[in-house]
Structures are given as structure tokens and as C-alpha cells.
Ligand binder design. Sequence first.
Ligand SMILES: Cc1cc2nc3c(=O)[nH]c(=O)nc-3n(C[C@H](O)[C@H](O)[C@H](O)COP(=O)(O)O)c2cc1C
Length: 373
Amino acid sequence: MTKLFEPIKIGDISLANRVVMAPLTRNRAPGAVPNDLTVTYYRQRASAGLIVSEATAISHQGQGYADVPGLYTREAVEGWKKVTDAVHSAGGKMVVQMWHVGRISHNSLQPNGGKPVSSTSRIAEAKTFLVKEDGTGEYVATSEPRALDLSEIPGILEDYRKAARAAIDAGFDGVEIHAANGYLIDQFLRSGVNDRTDRYGGSIENRTRFLFEVVDVVVKEIGGGRTGIRLSPVTASGDSSDPEPQPLFTHVVEGLAGYGLAYVHLVEGQTGGPRDFQQGDKPFDYEALHAAYKAAGGHGGWMANNGYDRQMAIDAIDHGKADVIAFGKPFISNPDLVERLKLNAPLTPLDTANIYGKGGVGYTDYPTLDQVA
Ligand SMILES: Cc1cc2nc3c(=O)[nH]c(=O)nc-3n(C[C@H](O)[C@H](O)[C@H](O)COP(=O)(O)O)c2cc1C
């Protein structure tokens, strides 16, 4: 019998099973406020052991895509409260993924049409998603950023603190700090992006400073047991790269070990792409990373993601390679994914035409098993 469907406690959060819904941006929150459709969508998926919300901007400056939700207005907090109430009523648990996109943004999404901010002033070879006046979506090049001045960093840390507090006010069971996929924290971590010469650039200690300052401020505000973090050591999204990810992320997890976090979430390989993707000259060793975290005293849950299917998840859990497994795309098209995995039932394929934007179609209309039968 596999342990995949057995309860587990990670930090302060008790999960009914070890199947997690990964964060999934869906661009259906105009005005950055979750709405009734958001409530329905997450309620339908509440049988996950834990839901990690779609990436959610900690501030207006942290916004990088059209119609993604935020956590920085009263309306957004009230909108999220309805979501968390629905998930809790259905027996689920939910954390919010706290997001600052850094340079993966566009002037039109920024306060006063200003430049997005980053560790660097170099533009990313990347695209973002905007909605035109006629309501149709388009992919456009990201705008030129400006490098953050040292004097601005405390203000960004304060935005993280406020967002963590807002998350608790909105009824979330905790937060996931988004340090993956080429966004702001990752823009500090990676030497292929971070070209600073101050105490936030250069050595591994310097490039990880911003990440630890964010973790510190969030943990002080809401406690480590309600805080998780997402890392993607080799992902090249957002034009990010680092020739030596192993020592960089070993330093990260060793530092995280002291914070008593609920969990550390690892995207293995290129996010949403090949699991054997690598940066640097050697394949990345995730087991060594896990061992380094434990050896440094880390006892948070180890969450693994990227391209997992039922058997891979069972093997990883039952061989102690991970404590919980996050599924992304399968949760979009299978609201009752846990039940389907339990029964080894077929999965509904993803409707790729309706992933982003567009209301309820391809969002809240996927059937459960009993609706299929
Ligand atoms: C539509 C879509 C939206 C995503 N949005 C986010 C996001 O908001 N935050 C994040 O960290 N990852 C995001 N991801 C990555 C997923 O969380 C996950 O890492 C990826 O889909 C691989 O897992 P899977 O193979 O189970 O789908 C997104 C992926 C997809 C397909």
C-alpha cells in the first residue's frame, strides 16, 4: 500500500494526503481580484492534500501579466477569503504563492507606466501576456527593467511582509515564496542575470542574500511552520541561467534549514519541460540537495514537481525521495485528481486552447469521474 494517499503534517499544516496542486497561473482575475469563478475552480480541487494558489502579486510593482491576482488591495483579500472559505468547507488546505515578477513585466502593468525592477538593468529575452482593448490576449516582449537601488530593497521586503500578513487575513493556511522560474528572487540568485557589484551580487553569499532576507521577513511575520518556498534550480525561464546551480542551491537549502519551514518545493528539470534538462556541465543532483537540507537540520516537507505521473509519485513517496508531490497540468483538467490516482482511473486530457483567460471554458467545466461515467 502506498503512502501517497495517507495524511501528513508539514510544518503547521495538516494534509489529508500527499498529492499537492501545483501553482497554476490562469489569467482570469481582472483587476487583480479573485472572483466567483476563482472560488468554484479551487473548491472543485479541494480534495488535493494542499492547494498552492496561482502566483499572486505581492504589490502592483510585482505584477507582470494581465489579469493575474494580487494580495495588495482590500478587494483582493476579500476575494481570496471567499476562495479559502470554500476550500476549507470542502475539507481542503490552501497556501498562496507570493510573487514578484521583477523584470518579467511590461511598462503598461507597472505603477505610472514605469520600468519594471530587477537585480539588473538588462532586458530579458522573454515574453509576457497582455490583454488588448478588444479583450483578446497577446504575447509581447518584456520591457527594459531598471536595477534596484540598495535603498529600495527594504521597501520590497516590506511588501513581502505585508503580503504574508494579508495572506493570513485572507484565510490561507500559509504562503509559498515564489523563488523559481526566473522571477525577482531568481533574478538575484543567478549569475547569468545578476550583474550587481554591491552586496547583492557576485558571490553565492551575496546573490542569495535577497532570498534569505525575504524568507526572514516572512517567517518573522507569520512563522516558519506556515511558510514554504519554491525553487527551480535549472529552469531557464525568463532568460535566466547559472553555470553552477548545484553549489548555489546547496547554499540555499542549507540556509533554509534553520527557518523551520513547512516545506521546500523543488521543480526538477525545466519547469513544464524535460526532467533531464540541465544547466552547468553536470546533471543536477536533487537527491544530494535533499540530503544537504536534511544534514543541515532541515525538517520541512520535501515537495517534488515536474512531469510526475501516478507511478512516479508512488515511487518517490514510498522510497523517501519526497514527502509530497505537486501535480500541475493534471490538476487543470482533473478536479478530482486524487480520486483518479487512487483508483488508477484515466485522466482527462488538457484543453490547451483554453489555459489562459477566457472565463469558465477550460477552467471550471472539467468533469469529475462520476460525471464522465
Ligand atoms: C498553465 C500553467 C501555469 C503555471 N503557473 C505557474 C505559477 O503561477 N507559478 C509557478 O511557480 N509555476 C507555474 N507553472 C508551473 C507548474 O506549477 C508546474 O511546475 C509545471 O506545470 C510542471 O508540473 P506538471 O508536469 O505536473 O504540470 C505553471 C504551469 C502551467 C502549465
